[in-house]
Design a protein around this ligand. Structure first.
Ligand SMILES: [Zn+2]
Length: 235
């Protein structure tokens, strides 16, 4: 039996087919993505949202020196509910999950401020991965951050096609080699940049992006991630 006419609207995009079927069975917001109980139409139920915010051992801002004058800020370790949200954002790329995470940004730490004219951007995703997932989760997150912090958001990086291998599957050395010169500035810039990403792991991606942004004229680069993976490779 030839099923091609049925799947023709999706082309060969199987993630789109899976997403279509999943959304029929499990509409967005029907259940909390952390505890699985019926939710109020948002990714987290009120109980999980307040649990995430009130857990002082998890929800804490930290500043980290990534070397070369680059500073990264992260909100919470890559565990528990925060990890669930980040993974869900990565794999389902829903704007409501990005907003759920960025709603936690406030209040910002006292010494986290933005120079005048700061522009928010994100880690450019390889073309093929963006096609597979249809929506760029990094962009969704950056847009939600820019809205929360009332800063403009622009695509400032491009990723070379020869560097499309999935970073998460590589070891540290291979990651660094693959990322060397993977990113280029998309435009000439003369303003400070806030680089947003979902999870900080080795910091290699952030460093390479910062190098590209500075080579494009950025006056400074600061990194902001939602979570921090405490050991080893990206989940
Ligand atoms: Zn819940």
């Amino acid at each position: 039996m030839n099923l091609n006419p049925f799947f023709a609207p999706f082309g060969a995009n199987w993630p789109a087919v899976r997403g279509f079927v999943r959304d029929l069975i499990w509409p967005d917001g029907a259940v909390c993505c952390a505890c699985g109980k019926i939710s109020d139409g948002t990714p987290l139920c009120p109980a999980c949202r307040s649990a995430l915010r009130s857990d002082g051992s998890l929800f804490r801002w930290e500043k980290e020196d990534l070397g070369g004058g680059l500073t990264a800020w992260w909100m919470t370790p890559h565990t528990g509910i925060a990890r669930t949200l980040v993974l869900r954002l990565k794999h389902r790329a829903e704007a409501c999950i990005a907003k759920e995470l960025t709603a936690l940004l406030q209040p910002l730490p006292r010494d986290f401020s933005f120079p005048e004219g700061t522009v928010v951007t994100w880690v450019a995703m390889p073309e093929n991965r963006r096609r597979d997932r249809m929506i760029d989760h990094g962009r969704l997150l950056a847009e939600a951050v820019s809205e929360e912090l009332s800063l403009p958001c622009r695509p400032l990086l491009v990723r070379r096609k020869t560097h499309d291998r999935n970073q998460a599957r590589l070891g540290r050395e291979a990651r660094q080699k693959n990322l060397r010169s993977a990113f280029l500035p998309a435009v000439q810039m003369d303003f400070p940049v806030l680089l947003v990403d979902d999870v900080l792991t080795t910091g290699t991606t952030a460093r390479r992006c910062a190098e590209a942004l500075l080579s494009g004229g950025a006056s400074s680069v600061t990194v902001l991630t939602m979570t921090r993976a405490m050991g080893g490779r990206q989940a």
